[in-house]
Design a protein around this ligand. Structure first.
Ligand code: DLL
Length: 441
């Protein structure tokens, strides 16, 4: 694995800690001053907290600053959080918000360059070079995945195939004919592609694919193992969000042991979501980011709702960026069923560990009277499904008992035929919570 320690920007990625902290502080001060002077929301929020830009004298002073939440973005929709005039904004992207209005991100020309830089680092983490043919199956458009990966790959000089998501048959044709070496997609779409390859009798050895950059939704290490085995590739977890820049906030390296946060551009903190107090390194909580270099849409202490923990210290790859653990879920992704917290990732890790079960599942929550019901639909493989009833019953028992012991709650399980559950072409929709519908009536 010659590409193991390849880096796009070694001096930034391996910066000694003291130098990094100096740079972060300098950039934090600039950012805070810029938002105070240019974004009425921040002036008001800082005045209310009694904090002035000049109060930021050391890095830990970040905790004096107000948080930004998605409700704040909604209240300032669409362009109210921008710190530059619109004439300097060369691009906008959006992501769907739960309130119905999208969250809007703006970029200056410099922001686009910064984004390409952090995405080049991301793709470099998985060994991408100008010799690669990179098939970009993230959706192009308002979603940040497509153009984010595109600019990063072009910056490296790889040959980009901007195929976008969907049309799986064509994805496979191109993968074979063009000799694609790198794939960018969501993990669920990668699984979909792998399944179609299998159906078409295409073996991994018929392809030149060696690495996939998978992100935009939570996935488990068990699913990684399955994708890697099935496609005979390295699968790298990449993370980001529209509000911070898009993809390119953090990425795993080939060590696959935590994601390097590009912390010369994005300052991370972990807080207790209940008390909103910062937590010490190593503790699990909500990830919060302050942008350090963004011009159009700088953001202070943005509450991502993503749950993870941080760790510092040099990685075996040589990078010194602070690492975050794989995000297993969001605070608002967590289902509370009869008072018990349930994350889709728990369901996924149980299912992927059982032979004969496909990692395609749907979680349905409903309410009968005062009682919450948790139903999980699970797809089984063709061979298991056509097996005798006894075999199916045994499998059903096993899945149910494994799920119940992990989730600590009674589950109604339904085994369904292969291909029943809708395949994803982007972010998979795994939860149908009918209770919210009832609650609104
Ligand atoms: O999903 C940006 C992206 C594109 C990341 C392509 C990686 C690859 P949004 O649509 O704004 O942006 O969604 C952001 O998706 O807060 C997480 O909850 C989730 N998410 C993103 N990457 C990961 C990941 C893009 N690797 C939201 N693991 C974030 C778990 C992820 N969750």
């Amino acid at each position: 694995m010659a590409a193991k320690h390849l880096m796009w920007n070694q001096s930034a990625e391996c910066m000694p800690d003291s130098k990094k902290k100096e740079l972060q502080l300098e950039r934090l001060k600039e950012t805070v001053k810029r938002v105070y002077d240019n974004v009425p929301f921040y002036k008001k929020a800082m005045d209310e907290k009694g904090v002035k830009p000049s109060d930021i004298v050391k890095l830990s002073d970040v905790s004096k600053l107000p948080f930004t939440t998605k409700d704040d973005l909604a209240a300032n929709y669409p362009f109210g959080m921008f710190a530059v005039p619109l004439k300097d904004v060369v691009r906008v992207h959006c992501s769907s918000g739960t309130t119905g209005k999208p969250k809007v991100a703006g970029y200056t020309r410099n922001d686009i360059n910064t984004w390409a830089e952090v995405m080049a680092r991301t793709l470099g983490c998985g060994g991408t070079t100008e010799k690669d043919i990179l098939q970009n199956a993230y959706g192009y458009g308002l979603f940040t995945g497509g153009l984010g990966a595109h600019y990063g790959a072009e910056k490296i000089g790889a040959t980009v195939v901007p195929i976008s998501g969907g049309n799986t048959k064509r994805q496979i044709l191109i993968m074979k004919d063009f000799g694609t070496t790198k794939l960018c997609s969501t993990p669920s779409y990668c699984l979909n592609i792998a399944e179609s390859l299998r159906e078409q009798g295409v073996e991994p050895s018929d392809l030149k694919l060696n690495t996939a950059f998978l992100g935009a939704e939570p996935w488990t290490s068990e699913l990684r193992a399955q994708i890697e085995k099935e496609l005979n590739i390295d699968a790298i977890d990449i993370y980001g969000l529209t509000e911070i820049i898009g993809p390119g906030v953090s990425s795993e390296c080939m060590e696959k042991n935590g994601l390097h946060i590009f912390d010369d551009h994005f300052l991370p903190e972990i807080i207790d979501p209940a008390t909103q107090q910062p937590l010490p390194e190593g503790e699990i909580g909500e990830l919060v980011f302050t942008s350090l270099t963004k011009e159009a849409f700088p953001i202070i202490r943005y509450r991502t709702r993503d749950i993870t923990k941080l760790s510092s210290g040099e990685c075996a790859c040589g990078r010194t960026h602070v690492k975050m653990q794989r995000v297993t879920g969001r605070t608002d992704d967590m289902l509370i069923v009869r008072g018990v917290n349930v994350y889709p990732s728990q369901v996924e890790s149980v299912l992927v560990a059982i032979p004969g079960v496909e990692p395609h599942y749907q979680i349905l929550v409903d309410r009968k009277g005062a009682m919450d019901l948790l139903e999980i639909w699970v797809e089984v493989s063709e061979t298991v499904f056509s097996d005798e009833i006894k075999g199916l019953e045994n499998l059903e028992k096993k899945i149910k008992s494994n799920l119940e012991s992990v989730l600590q709650i009674a589950v109604k399980l339904k085994l369904v035929e292969p291909k029943t559950i809708q395949r994803s072409e982007g972010k998979a929709k795994r939860i149908i919570d009918k209770r919210t519908v009832y609650d609104k009536i």
